[in-house]
Design a protein around this ligand. Sequence first.
Ligand code: TXA
Ligand code: MG
Length: 349
Amino acid sequence: MSLTVVIQVDRDRPHPSDIARAADCLRRGGLVAFPTETVYGLGVHALDAEAVQKLFYAKGRPANDPLIVHVAEFAGIAPLVTAMPDAAATLAARFWPGPLTLVLPRSRAVPPAVTAGLDTVAVRIPAHPVAQALLTAARIPIAAPSANLFSRPSPTRAAHVLEDLNGRIDMVVDAGATDVGVESTVLDLTVSPPLVLRPGAITLEALESVLPVVRIASPSDHAAMRSPGLLPKHYAPRAAMTLFQGDPGAARNAMALLARDAIAAGQRVGVLATAGDARALEGLQVVIAELGPDEDAEGAAAKLYAALRELDTAQVDVILARDAPGDEGLWRALGDRLRRASAAIVVVD
Ligand code: TXA
Ligand code: MG
């Protein structure tokens, strides 16, 4: 493959002929990146095993990492699964379309390549108007991992997709930045109680508002091992990232100290910084990638992956960042991604 076609569409009212073109490409086994409310996905006909192989190759993704299958509406799930637990219907009514992925028992309609040979399948109904339009026009289930090269941050803009995959995929549907910025929550309903395999855009608090008990997978969990996207080292920036935990003031002092030492040693220092972090480091020769106001988890989530790409591009030698201030709401997903991306953790008090 050599030419990746970029189709620009309006986020809320994509032109039907543009959507038809992308849908047609998918139906024929092509690879099409498209926006969802979380991150850009790299779509492929989920029932076309050969096309699915092509996708793993284009991403450089290990074959043991299963894909999420996306459909336009609830009726589209039934052919993909062998059972629909009551909890699935409850969660669907509350959170779909939206950034929740459910792991259910896989039907034989889904090629083993999609699920990495597992007897379960992850399914999701995305809310983004362009994803909805595409799924509706294609009338097929679409398997879509995040549209990045393996070991790069998930893309939140079409430009990120092209950075990684230009010339390796057929098409990118560009509708501007995605909304949430971190991936969907992956919830395993094949175990009891339901198990959060990946914290994400639907918060634990939201899940707990409709389910009596929810468990969260720890990195050592067997369940997490079955879901390689959950392995501790998922995406890591080129530069070693040090994450600071604890009191914000003390963490900022420690960051400034480390930054000074690194600069003195001739290193280029990058900082993933909230507004408060940036102020505390003023006057130091560091490359700042901004996450926005200190208390704004939604804002930080929307900026996180772009900021990490920015620091990779700036070719810094080390990255300093502060961990999420807690586990409430979207902070849980943010903290999870930060810890996976970091090489070392410093606890201050
Ligand atoms: O927000 C999202 O979920 C985005 C958009 C494009 O929908 N997709 C995404 O896909 O993040 P990906 O492939 O980057 O991450 C999928 C995660 C991985 O951690 C994978 O291991 C897990 O879902 N997963 C997929 N199928 C699974 C299964 N059958 N059992 C357990 N985990 C599964
Ligand atoms: Mg991914």
